[in-house]
Design a protein around this ligand. Structure first.
Ligand code: SF4
Ligand code: SF4
Length: 419
C-alpha cells in the first residue's frame, strides 16, 4: 500500500504530548498480556506507543502498524504498571479512532465488524436472537473451520437470556440516603438481568432510591473501545441525556463504567466532563458510604470465592480493593486470588470476537489458573469476563454484587427483583 493511500486527511489521532510522556523504560512490558504471549517489542505498550510516534511523524498508517494496535487488548495493565503516568488508555482510544476513520479494512473485516455492531449493542435484537443461541453454540466448531471469527462469535453466545423487567423506581429501604440511577446496559440487560436485579436490591437495602430508566439501549463503550467513534459519540450523547436529572449514575459492568468515565475525553465538552464525574461503579459507591444492611452467611454455606479483577474495573477505572472488601464483609466467604490475577482473560470488549486465537489462549490460561485455586465460584464484575471464563471451562462465575445480594437481601423486595 502506498504512502498516499495511507495519508490521514482527517488527522485527529493521539496527542503528541501524551505520546512523548513515554520514556521507554520498559516497566510495562512484563505486565502486557500480548508481550507475554509473543515477546515482540511491537506487541508491547512501549512498541505500540513508538508506532503511534512514527505515525505522527510520518503522517502514515501502515497495515502492520494497524495489526499491532489491533492485537492490543486494551486491558490497561500497562497504565497500572507505568511509573511515568503515561495515559495509554487515551492514546489507544484516539489511535483506534484514527485507524477506523482512515485505514481501509478488507471487505471481510468490514463485514464482520458491521455484524458485531448490528447485534451486540442492540438489546431488542439480542433478545430476538436468544432462542437460536444454543444451536449457534452447537454449530460453532463447524463454522470456525471456515471463519474463526464467526465461529468464536457463535461459540461465545450466552446459553440463556436472564432478562428481568425491573420497575422504573425502587424505593430505599429505611431512611433514604439519596437517589441513584442505574445503567441497564445492552448485553448486561439481556443476558445478565440477574446482576441488574441484584444491584438494585443491594442499593435499595443500603438506603438508595434506585431509578432504572430504559434508555439508553447501550452506553457505546464497546464501540468506543474499538475505535467506532461516531457510533460511540451518538450513544454517549443519548446516555448523557437519559441521565441528565441525576447526580449519581451507577454501573455494574466494568466496560460500561470505564467507557462512561471517558465521555469527557470522547466528546470534549463540559457537559460530558461533568457526566463522567458522576459515574460510579457500584462497588465504588458502596464502599464510599458506611455500611447499613446486615451481612448474613450465604444460604449456600461457607463459600470460597476467587475474585477476578476485570481489567476495565481494575486497570482502567482503578477500582482495586472495593469488590474484595465487599465480598469479605460476608460471613463465611473466603476471598482468594488466582495466579496472574491481574492479567486479562482475553475477553476485552469484542477482542475475543476479532482476535479469537490470542483471546482463546488467554482464556484457557485464565480458566486454568482459576481452577487451580479450587473456588466454589469466581466473582467477576463484567459480563464479557463471565462469558469468556465459563466458555474456557473455568469455574462458574457470578458478579460480586450477586453474592452481596444473597447475603443482605435474600428475599425479593419488589416484583421482578428476585434473582
Ligand atoms: S492495553 Fe494491555 S495488551 Fe494493550 S499494550 Fe497495554 S498491557 Fe498490552
Ligand atoms: S508506557 Fe510507561 S512503563 Fe511503558 S515504557 Fe513507556 S514510560 Fe515506561
Amino acid at each position: 500500500m502506498s504512502a498516499t493511500e495511507n495519508a490521514r486527511p482527517d488527522h485527529r489521532g493521539p496527542d503528541p504530548q501524551l505520546i512523548d510522556d513515554c520514556v521507554h523504560c520498559g516497566f510495562c512490558l512484563p505486565t502486557c498480556p500480548t508481550y507475554q504471549l509473543w515477546g515482540e517489542e511491537m506487541d508491547s505498550p512501549r512498541g505500540r506507543i513508538a508506532l503511534m510516534k512514527l505515525a505522527e511523524e510520518t503522517g502514515e498508517i501502515s497495515p502492520p502498524m494497524v495489526e499491532h494496535w489491533d492485537l492490543c487488548l486494551g486491558c490497561m495493565a500497562c497504565v497500572t504498571a507505568c511509573p511515568s503516568g503515561v495515559k495509554y488508555d487515551l492514546l489507544l482510544l484516539d489511535q483506534r479512532g484514527e485507524v477506523e476513520r482512515t485505514h481501509p479494512r478488507t471487505p471481510a473485516d468490514r463485514a464482520f465488524r458491521k455484524l458485531i455492531w448490528a447485534t451486540l449493542p442492540h438489546p431488542a435484537r439480542l433478545r430476538a436472537l436468544a432462542p437460536g443461541m444454543p444451536l449457534a453454540r452447537k454449530i460453532a466448531p463447524f463454522i470456525a473451520r471456515r471463519s474463526p471469527r464467526l465461529g468464536a462469535m457463535l461459540a461465545l453466545a450466552p446459553a440463556h437470556p436472564t432478562r428481568r423487567r425491573l420497575p422504573s423506581i425502587v424505593p430505599a429501604r429505611g431512611e433514604k440516603r439519596g437517589t441513584v440511577a442505574l445503567l441497564q446496559g445492552c448485553v448486561q440487560r439481556v443476558f445478565f438481568g440477574d446482576v441488574n436485579a441484584a444491584t438494585v436490591r443491594v442499593l435499595a437495602a443500603e438506603g438508595w432510591e434506585v431509578h432504572i430508566p430504559r434508555a439508553p439501549r447501550c452506553c457505546g463503550s464497546l464501540q468506543l473501545h474499538a475505535g467506532e467513534e461516531d457510533a460511540a459519540k451518538k450513544q454517549a450523547e443519548e446516555t448523557i441525556a437519559a441521565f441528565s436529572g441525576y447526580d449519581v449514575v451507577v454501573t455494574n459492568a466494568a466496560g460500561c463504567g470505564s467507557g462512561m468515565k471517558d465521555y469527557g475525553h470522547l466528546l470534549g465538552t463540559p457537559l460530558a466532563e461533568a457526566f463522567s464525574a458522576k459515574v460510579r461503579d457500584v462497588h465504588e459507591l458502596l464502599t464510599e458510604h458506611p455500611q447499613r444492611a446486615e451481612r448474613r452467611p450465604l444460604a449456600r454455606g461457607a463459600t470460597r470465592v476467587a475474585y477476578h479483577p476485570a481489567c476495565h474495573l481494575h486497570h482502567a477505572q482503578g477500582v482495586h480493593d472495593a469488590p474484595r472488601e465487599l465480598l469479605a464483609q460476608i460471613p463465611g466467604v473466603e476471598v482468594v486470588l488466582a495466579a496472574d490475577a491481574e492479567v486479562c482473560c482475553g475477553s476485552a470488549g469484542v477482542y475475543n470476537l476479532l482476535e479469537p486465537e490470542p483471546a482463546g489462549e488467554l482464556g484457557r490460561r485464565k480458566a486454568a489458573a482459576l481452577r487451580e485455586v479450587a473456588p466454589d465460584v469466581v466473582a467477576a464484575a463484567n459480563p464479557g469476563c463471565a462469558i469468556q471464563i465459563e466458555h474456557h471451562d473455568g469455574p462458574p462465575v457470578v458478579h460480586p454484587i450477586q453474592l452481596l445480594a444473597e447475603s443482605i437481601a435474600p428475599s425479593p423486595s419488589a416484583p421482578g427483583l428476585a434473582s
